[in-house]
Design a binder for this molecule. Structure first.
Ligand code: FES
Ligand SMILES: [Fe+2]
Length: 479
């Protein structure tokens, strides 16, 4: 990649071309859990949190009526930090001179000004549209004059609270390299390789790091195989991709015998989300949102098509590796990501633990340096998804530059049709795998009880949900 293009696709601050593109999509700004006093005692006193997104300093707070508000953090009077503001229920008051702001950014008081002053009427703090969905507060940071698009009707956003769980973590790296690891179908055979297989019955499907240890769908000579064994033994996938309304569908085939092939279908949702199977009934949708050019939060949405999820257990597992309140991983460059050469020799390909495979990806992403120098890389055939995605990204940046609508930003009627997207990890008949995986998906969807109830009123419900989301967004922007 040319140095100039690398700059173009990685810089996301205000006024940058890629920043303009990414701001056209709803982005996760915080977990609702971050406002839970049980997880962050500071919230007992004050539901206010300083945030940084896209290189901008912001404050997210919830007023007494439970309305979310995302404001620029610098007070429009003389610039003091509003995240230290006094939470007064119906507004956030700057402690410097007492100016007060409502959730929609209106200035409601300037108490040091002469009685009868009209200064307030001329002052408005920028307020960004927000929507709470699936345990996450989403923000839209596109141009003020523009109406935000509706959220798509993806499974991870539609599942009921019992069947979803959201978590996040900070990586010290640029957003694009975080995303590029997730859409790389070749790396699980290496980066996440376990040299030995744990017995399948010892693997809880919720376990934090065990995603490749769960079994694949289908069987091999009457035997179930863990994903990790297939990834290890069949390490040269045939990779292909198909354009979809949301981005691309990625297929990695690992032919096992003349009669059987392993199929792994994952999804890249443009611009920075991937969906992968964790087990036959569980998927992870992972979104990547830039904090600034060199820091990125991943947001993982776990969606169950089978049993309800045990939120407390899932959180407890992850808190072994990630520290609250800012969701900072305990492993990182400062401690060599926990690297252990003896383990590398005996049990894992990488040597950074078996329990938390997230740290494997973290090492891949962070060890490249804060912004990968793509002028020095050598891409191969197995990098074809990475290359395709970069072409799409460059085109989308150009589209927005020319005043167009970037890919996947749909109106409400189209958003309601953007469902799924589906994934699979399984052993299929070689000749009919493309039919087989659709059947697997169908069966998975049919057994998901929450989906059956929701789809009873399919079209109307979906349309109502997305248009109400659009209304909320419009209202938040207009007010
Ligand atoms: S700087 Fe905020 S009120 Fe003066
Ligand atoms: Fe990975």
């Amino acid at each position: 990649m040319k140095a100039q293009d690398n700059e173009l696709v990685t810089r996301i601050g205000p006024g940058t071309a890629c920043g303009e593109l990414l701001r056209r999509y709803w982005q996760p700004a915080a977990l609702v859990d971050e406002f839970d006093p049980a997880l962050d005692p500071r919230m007992q006193e004050r539901a206010v949190k300083a945030l940084r997104l896209f290189g901008q300093d912001l404050v997210l707070w919830r007023d007494a009526q439970g309305r979310w508000s995302l404001l620029d953090r610098d007070c429009p009077h003389r610039g003091a930090d509003l995240s230290f503001g006094r939470h007064e229920g119906d507004g956030l008051r700057c402690p410097f001179h007492g100016w007060k702001f409502a959730a929609d950014g209106r200035c409601t008081e300037t108490p040091a000004e002469p009685a009868g002053s009209k200064l307030c009427e001329r002052v408005r703090q920028r307020s960004y549209p927000v929507i709470e969905r699936a345990g996450v507060v989403f923000a839209w940071m596109g141009p003020e004059a523009m109406t935000p698009p509706p959220l798509p009707a993806f499974d991870c956003l539609e599942a009921p609270a019992s069947h979803r769980f959201a978590f996040k973590g900070l990586w010290h790296a640029n957003w694009l390299q975080c995303f590029e690891v997730g859409i790389d179908p070749a790396h699980p055979s290496f980066l996440h390789r376990f040299l030995n297989d744990a017995p399948l019955d010892s693997v809880g499907s919720n376990a934090a790091g065990r995603q490749f240890r769960s079994e694949s769908a289908g069987d091999f000579g009457g035997e179930k195989w863990p994903m990790t064994r297939i990834m290890r033994e069949f390490f040269r996938p045939e990779i292909s991709f198909e354009p979809q309304p949301h981005g691309v569908q990625i297929t990695a085939l690992r032919p096992m015998t003349d009669a059987l092939t392993h199929v792994r279908v994952t999804q890249a949702v443009f611009p920075a989300t991937f969906v992968i199977p964790l087990s036959p009934t569980l998927t992870i949708t992972q979104m990547h949102v830039p904090v600034d050019d060199t820091h990125t939060y991943w947001y993982a949405f776990f969606t169950s098509f089978g049993a309800a999820l045990d939120h407390e257990a899932m959180r407890a597992q992850r808190l072994q590796f990630i520290a609250l309140p800012d969701y900072i991983p305990k492993a990182g460059r400062h401690n060599d990501w926990g690297f252990n050469p003896a383990e590398q020799r005996s049990s894992t390909y990488l040597g950074m633990g078996e329990e938390d495979i997230n740290v494997h990806d973290q090492w891949a992403v962070e060890s490249m340096g804060a912004i990968q120098d793509r002028t020095r890389e050598h891409l191969g055939t197995s990098d074809k998804i990475i290359m395709a995605n970069r072409r799409t990204l460059l085109q989308a940046i150009e589209t927005v530059r020319q005043g167009g609508t970037p890919p996947g930003v749909a109106d409400a009627s189209v958003a309601a049709l953007r469902t799924g997207p589906d994934t699979v990890d399984g052993i299929a008949p070689a000749g009919t795998w493309s039919h087989w995986w659709r059947e697997q998906v169908q069966a998975k969807r049919e057994q998901a009880l929450w989906m059956a109830t929701q789809h009873a009123g399919a079209d109307t419900a979906a349309t109502a949900a997305t248009s109400s989301a659009a209304n909320i967004a419009t209202a938040a922007k207009a007010s």
